[in-house]
Design a protein around this ligand. Sequence first.
Ligand SMILES: Cc1cc2nc3c(=O)[nH]c(=O)nc-3n(C[C@H](O)[C@H](O)[C@H](O)COP(=O)(O)O)c2cc1C
Length: 188
Amino acid sequence: MRKNLGSMGAIFPMPVLMIATYDKDGNIDVMNAAWGMMADMKKIALNLTETHKTVKNIKETGFFTVSIADSMHVKEADYVGIVSGNNNPDKFQKSGLHAVKSEFVNAPIILEFPVTMECKFLEYQDGENGIGVIGEIINVSVDEKVLDESGKINPDNIKALIYDTFCNNYYVVGERVGRAFHDGMALK
Ligand SMILES: Cc1cc2nc3c(=O)[nH]c(=O)nc-3n(C[C@H](O)[C@H](O)[C@H](O)COP(=O)(O)O)c2cc1C
């Protein structure tokens, strides 16, 4: 028996992305964004509310970074999603997170998160069906601890957080269960 729940977002898992920016004076801000995804191989689309400090910073500096939050930093990841840099100038300091400036873009890399995309701002789509922030990925910076012997990112090492939009919980990515572009061959 199936049930109709009406029109609602029902994608699971959703990511837990950490969007980090500088303001015009070099102060760091970070926010939590679950409504974000790859738009193509080198572009990222983030549905960010225009009034967030993050969006103001992105428009001012033209750059931002996007990191994957991990299960070791649930508290910090949630904190930056419930406090705004608009009215909390010490938001980043209170998070306890640490950052260095990216070599490639004018945006901070948060050291606690092992995988970071360094992005150039392309446009803010604010039309009725606009997505929000569109950015181009200029570089990916990783903590070596997540790489395998061949230098590829091993997802098992990230312990990436998942956002559950149904019940407002966080999960962690579980074990690998198959091989993409491969397992379906058995039915071909
Ligand atoms: C789990 C979670 C997911 C969120 N996802 C988004 C999102 O995708 N887009 C958005 O605009 N705000 C999102 N938020 C809210 C922002 O992170 C929050 O408003 C934050 O305070 C904005 O910070 P800022 O004003 O310093 O940029 C999310 C918050 C949480 C806790």
